[in-house]
Design a protein around this ligand. Structure first.
Ligand SMILES: N[C@H](CCC[C@H](N)C(=O)O)C(=O)O
Length: 366
């Protein structure tokens, strides 16, 4: 048994190193069945320039091959378990699922919410699926928030998405992908330093498209408008990055918010469920340090207070420019770390640059 296990492990590790994509890895030996134990990414080292996956499992001698199903290591439906990889972008963390073999997510929103639970599940801000491409794109990204709702887009998530694909396909160096999302075409590019630069597309400003019911003339953008939240008047600017955002820099009591003093657990849900936001809303509370440096905290729709929000950071820079507070290139400090954001005048696209890191691999019974 041990020999068999060692053989399988060595065989699979070798195959992985030989740039065999995981989906084609399945023991061809006629006598193996195996129990998946773990999947470990071997990061690049001077002696091992190519990252690879090492898969360890126990195996047992089995009856003839016709009884062994040809399953990828990331999805053994019969056993009712789901294989996943956990990533985070500045602490905004996600369960990533290799869903390239079918066009519908492998788990339901309800199952996703259970997996996101930090006490009774894996723990995450959301579940992200890598699905087959659509309309000539390489891949499709779908995401469920930790409450099971499905947003159009996720900035930190798409950076993790890009890193996951590179790990799965054993790609090194600079890579870019065309990704179909609920916010349209999004193009993440893995850079030589491992950070991911993302073309987040064009910000959407017309009130009804955010959407918001806040009053404007002729469906114009909502900029520095008054919003009454539980008896306090806030100055807000509304921006969609495919998903809706409400950005505030001040309220009637404070012309310059000190964001660390805010009680997000109290004020966040009151914004999220406000009647002026028919699709609910992500809310960013911002403190301006300079014309190229701001600090934000966020209460996310469907996820609550998170350590970072990529689409939110993009919305913050757009709102800050519209209110005349910053330049178009800004460092946005989030509780989990900084993002570099540029709202480029030439093409009206917003670009976001930041990290995305793998945390662990695993499988979970469904
Ligand atoms: N909660 C968001 C989706 C995730 C956005 C955030 N995590 C990001 O990095 O953009 C929404 O319902 O619109």
């Amino acid at each position: 048994m041990a020999t068999a296990a060692a053989t399988v492990s060595a065989q699979l590790a070798y195959s992985a190193r030989r740039n065999t994509s995981l989906s084609s890895l399945s023991p061809s030996s006629p006598t193996f069945a195996f129990k998946f134990n773990s999947l470990r990414l071997i990061h690049t080292t001077p002696t091992n320039p190519n990252p690879s996956f090492r898969i360890s499992m126990s195996s047992s001698i089995q009856s003839p091959p016709e009884t062994i199903s040809q399953l990828s290591f990331l999805d053994r439906r019969e056993s009712g378990s789901l294989h996943f990889v956990k990533y985070h972008g500045l602490g905004n963390d996600f369960i990533l699922v290799d869903n390239r073999d079918c066009v519908e997510p492998k788990i339901s929103p309800e199952q996703a919410a259970k997996l996101c639970d930090r006490n009774f599940g894996i723990g995450a801000d959301g579940v992200i699926f890598v699905l087959p491409g659509f309309n000539d794109t390489d891949y499709t990204m779908r995401i469920y928030n930790s409450d099971g709702s499905e947003p159009e887009m996720c900035g930190n998530g798409v950076r993790c998405f890009a890193k996951f694909i590179a790990d799965l396909e054993n790609l090194q160096g600079k890579q870019s992908f065309n990704v179909h999302t609920g916010a349209g075409l999004i193009v993440p590019e893995i850079q030589e330093d491992g950070k991911v630069k993302v073309d987040m597309g064009v910000p959407i400003l017309n009130a009804s498209d955010v959407p918001t019911k806040l009053p404007t003339t002729n469906n114009q953008p909502v900029v520095s408008s008054q919003l009454d939240v539980d008896g306090v008047s806030w100055n807000v600017t509304c921006v969609s990055m495919g998903n809706p955002h409400c950005v505030t820099f001040s309220n009637e009591g404070s012309q310059n918010l000190l964001v660390d003093e805010l009680n997000l657990a109290d004020i966040g849900p009151k914004f999220e469920h406000h009647q002026m936001f028919p699709a609910r809303i992500n809310t960013e509370f911002v403190q301006v340090y300079s014309r190229s440096h701001v600090k934000m905290r966020v209460w996310e729709r469907g996820a609550g207070a998170t350590l970072a929000c990529g689409t939110g950071a993009c919305a913050v820079v757009v709102a800050a420019v519209l209110e005349g507070r910053t330049e178009r290139c800004c460092t946005v400090d989030l509780p989990g770390g900084p993002l570099e954001i540029e709202w480029r005048e030439e093409d009206n696209h917003v670009y976001m640059t930041g990290p995305a890191e793998v945390v662990f691999y695993g499988s979970v019974p469904l």
